[in-house]
Design a protein around this ligand. Structure first.
Ligand SMILES: [Zn+2]
Length: 249
């Protein structure tokens, strides 16, 4: 393990355009349950509630679960609120120090932004705001704006949380920014991502095709491990980044 960490730290130190690509695994140590797998969110809720068509046709069915999820265990507010962990924090520090250029995340929990990362591509959106499906107006997502059983805009339109629902396209700006970073990076660190959610999952392949070294931090092997990964660190995100930070200096 020590050897692998040293090798990764050396590669990170000499990178000219270091990027990170994160998935649900980076936030598990912050207390956010993964969407898939045992104990996952989709064991408790029907994923159909976050399908755009279902949401538009039956918003009264989707909203109670959305409120429970996003004002409950995904909330960063107050005492019990979720907080960034060492992995988010080290990435933010590296960016502030000029070492890391961008984070591309598939997560909607907003923890990279909460940790202080600035150049963050939130590929699947985030849950800080609501968008009106009729007029495009945006409001913050909080207790106040989601009081009604089915929250509506002042124009009467349906308000939808600002993350990408199933059956909805990736926001074009996010897609373009992520692809730019993936083409430009010479070293991409994959953190806690299984590589099964497309089109996001293709970004590390794009980086690899453009000559990047791929480092993977993941307690278990993913679809990437045997195919494109150069350096595999089989640790949880928080521990891996604490140790990498010490080694990178
Ligand atoms: Zn509106």
């Amino acid at each position: 393990m020590e050897q692998v960490l040293l090798q990764a730290a050396e590669r990170i130190r000499v990178a000219k355009y270091l990027t990170a690509f994160s998935g649900a695994g980076i936030s598990v140590e912050s207390g956010i349950p993964p969407f898939r797998g045992p104990g996952g969110i989709w064991n408790k809720y029907d994923p159909a509630i976050l399908d755009l068509d279902v949401f538009i046709r039956q918003p009264e069915r989707a909203w109670p679960a959305i409120k429970e999820m996003f004002l409950g265990f995904l909330s960063t507010e107050g005492e019990g609120g979720v907080q960034p962990n060492a992995a988010h924090n080290v990435l933010a520090k590296w960016e502030a120090a000029g070492r890391l250029k961008a984070v591309i995340t598939q997560n909607i929990d907003g923890l990279h932004v909460a940790a202080g990362s600035r150049d963050v591509v939130e590929y699947h959106g985030h849950c800080r705001s609501l968008v009106c499906l009729d007029c495009g107006a945006r409001l913050p997502l909080n207790e106040e704006t989601t009081q009604a059983p089915v929250p509506r805009c002042s124009c009467g339109g349906l308000l939808k949380p600002d993350f990408v629902f199933f059956g909805e396209g990736i926001p074009p700006e996010a897609m373009a920014a992520a692809e730019r970073a993936a083409r430009r990076t010479d070293c991409m660190i994959l953190v806690g991502t299984s590589g099964v959610v497309y089109p996001a999952a293709a970004l590390p392949m794009l980086a690899k095709q453009n000559g990047a070294t791929i480092i993977e931090v993941n307690p278990g092997r993913s679809d990437y491990t045997a195919s494109i990964v150069d350096i595999f660190i089989p640790l949880k995100a928080g521990e891996a980044f604490e140790r990498l930070e010490q080694l990178v200096g």
